[in-house]
Write a protein that binds this ligand. Sequence first.
Ligand SMILES: [Zn+2]
Length: 173
Amino acid sequence: MEEKIEYPLDVKYCGVCSLPLEYCEYTAEYEKCKEWLKANIPDAYKALIGQVADQLGDMEVSEGAAKKKQTRGGKGVVRAPKKKNVTKKVALSRAQRNKKKYVTVVTGLGTFDIDLKKAAKIFAQKYSCGSSVTGDDEIVIQGDVLDDLLDFIPEKWPEIDDDSIEDLGDQKR
Ligand SMILES: [Zn+2]
């Protein structure tokens, strides 16, 4: 190495790979580098080993945290574990109340862990009409909005794709 390179920092070079010490770990001779370092610049060796140990420590911590999040689920964006044996399917149907009035029935939003009360409210706002939770996993919207829902539902809840929505058409209620 040339001795008179002036750096603002005191850069030390490795006697094995001739790179600045912080690059040793990227070389094929890293093990030799470490031995050289241990013998020649023990302080730097300790610092380097300490640094690697810290990095490993951090990784373990963050992996552990991620696993906890996955298994706990629930809060925020992390969704609760899926219920087993439940087919995720949203079904839309229309029922005629009298000659001119239809209601649209949405079932299955619950299978996507969607809050039915909130969904009913969203429909009410979207279509400016009555909309309420009427059963275990059923929302009735006062109006014929079935065709629009086919587009609106996957738009509003991207986890529900077109294939998961069944159009049952007109049903008697
Ligand atoms: Zn080296």
